[in-house]
Design a protein around this ligand. Structure first.
Ligand SMILES: Nc1ncnc2c1ncn2[C@@H]1O[C@H](COP(=O)(O)OP(=O)(O)OP(=O)(O)O)[C@@H](O)[C@H]1O
Length: 225
């Protein structure tokens, strides 16, 4: 597994402008981008996912070119094999746990009325210990279970990398600590490559192997933990 990114982007909002000039490469399965609010972490993650198009540069994931400005390569988000886990998990409230996971398959032919019959959905319900609550709705399960459902939904299409945007920031302190530990353990068990962005040193400590410090739109340092 390897990530190679080298991108530039100029952003303007009224009088303000921001220059993103990010460059890093790593073979690690536990990469953390660490930096204060407004430093350019989310923009970098969005560029990897194909949700923001850089002005110049390239992005390579596992030897696959996702973006290359010179060669005019810009794969669509759904072609990138990249999973994006949003801060609030963004589960569908009107779908059950199993249906939420099945939704991750993005298959047009998928029958959401019988999600548990799909072998991949079964696999993730089992792996994340969610079988007993497969028929429950997000409002009926705990915060920890919600995180696991969101992870299962992200992993069901078998992405090459899991991108996590401040995954614990919306949780209260005790749940945050538990979820952090749980995510670390799940990652070790599944060996899914993960790139996480955060401004919380505790996330770096628990989940980082290679840490890049982001300041003012640039990578200003690199550490291995
Ligand atoms: N669409 C946009 N137009 C103009 N400026 C933008 C746009 N999106 C982001 N920015 C600016 O780019 C900078 C970096 O934003 P980014 O969201 O990447 O920061 P961040 O490090 O993820 O911060 P946070 O932890 O608060 O999410 C900020 O100053 C932001 O105001």
């Amino acid at each position: 597994m390897s990530v190679e990114i080298q991108i530039q982007k100029e952003l303007r909002a009224g009088e303000r402008s921001f220059r993103l000039n990010i460059s890093f490469a790593s073979e690690s399965r536990r990469i953390v981008l660490y930096g204060p609010s407004g430093s350019g972490k989310s923009l970098t993650l969005k560029a990897m996912a194909g949700l923001m198009t850089p002005d110049s540069g390239s992005i390579r994931l596992h030897q696959r070119l996702l973006f290359d400005a010179r060669q005019r390569i810009n794969l669509k988000p759904q072609q990138r094999k990249v999973a994006y886990l949003f801060q609030d998990y963004a589960l569908f409230p009107h779908l059950t746990v199993a249906q939420n996971i099945a939704f991750g398959l993005r298959s047009g032919a998928l029958n959401l009325s019988r999600p548990t019959e799909h072998p991949s959905v079964q696999k993730w319900l089992q792996a994340f210990d969610l079988k007993n609550i497969a028929g429950n709705y997000p409002a009926q399960i705990s915060g920890g279970q919600r995180q696991r459902v969101a992870l299962a939904r992200a992993l069901v299409p078998e992405p090459d990398i899991l991108l996590l945007d401040e995954p614990f920031s919306a949780l209260d302190l005790s749940l945050r600590e538990r979820m952090r530990k749980e995510l670390g353990e799940l990652q070790q068990q599944l060996q899914v490559p993960m790139l996480l962005i955060t401004h919380d040193p505790a996330d770096v400590e628990a989940l980082g192997e290679v840490v890049f410090d982001v300041r003012d739109g640039e990578i200003q340092g690199q550490r291995t933990l």
